[in-house]
Design a binder for this molecule. Structure first.
Ligand code: ATP
Length: 194
């Protein structure tokens, strides 16, 4: 199965683009969503997160996000430790999922693909881009957050330039109609490569 990684900075429009591939019949795996589901479902993940963050890591079967965010905020190594628990489980869940799909290729949407070396598990990588100011504006109107917080996330992610250098395809997502055309073109190019 050909695995196409789909990435891009916060607010670039990864999920918007993923939906356009889905509309073409391509199965899409959104790693962030699956990770969240696994954190609630997997007994092993739960046990390890409780070991890491303490007995308050879950409240009424839901993840205690404020507690986890505050611990990570104070000590960044906790994010790496949490990722070391969650990422291998997502990777094996994805592999099983991909094997079940009946399609010429699958899309794996991962926000921090290059940052964690996940691009090495992909046959091809697509990066979605949009100007920083537009991305900030989109996230501010979508989420209950602040400009400073969005900028802090952007500064923690690889720059678009670095991502583009390491990608097979780039989608410039500003005008939706143009994005759709790029998606169609890339879809065709991927099919031609197979
Ligand atoms: P994140 O990394 O924050 O999850 P993302 O890269 O998956 O974000 P989306 O959720 O697809 O980005 O898009 C962010 C917001 O911007 C959404 O509200 C979406 O509807 C909107 N959006 C995305 N692309 C466009 C576009 N071309 N024109 C207008 N709005 C857009």
């Amino acid at each position: 199965m050909t695995i196409v990684g789909l990435t891009g900075g916060i607010g670039s429009g990864k999920t918007t683009v993923a939906k356009q591939f889905e509309a073409l019949g391509i199965p899409v795996y959104i790693a962030d969503i699956e990770a969240k589901k696994l954190m609630l479902r997997s007994k092993i993940i739960k046990r390890k997160l409780i070991q890491l963050f303490g007995s308050e890591a879950y409240i009424n079967e839901t993840l205690n996000k404020p507690l986890i965010a505050s611990i990570i905020f104070k000590d960044k190594t906790y994010l790496q430790k949490m990722n070391a628990i969650v990422h291998p489980k997502v990777a094996s869940h994805f592999k099983k999922w991909a094997l079940k799909q009946n399609a010429p290729y699958v899309i794996k949407e991962v926000a921090i693909l290059f940052e964690n070396g996940g691009n090495k598990q992909c046959d091809l990588v697509i990066t979605v881009t949009a100007p920083k100011a537009i991305r900030i504006k989109r996230v501010l109107s979508r989420d209950n957050t602040t400009k400073d917080k969005v900028e802090a996330i952007i500064n923690n992610q690889w720059s678009d330039e670095e991502k583009i250098k390491n990608s097979h395809f780039v989608i410039d997502n500003v005008v939706l109609a143009k994005t759709k055309k790029q998606v169609l073109h890339i879809h065709q190019q991927i099919l031609n490569k197979l």
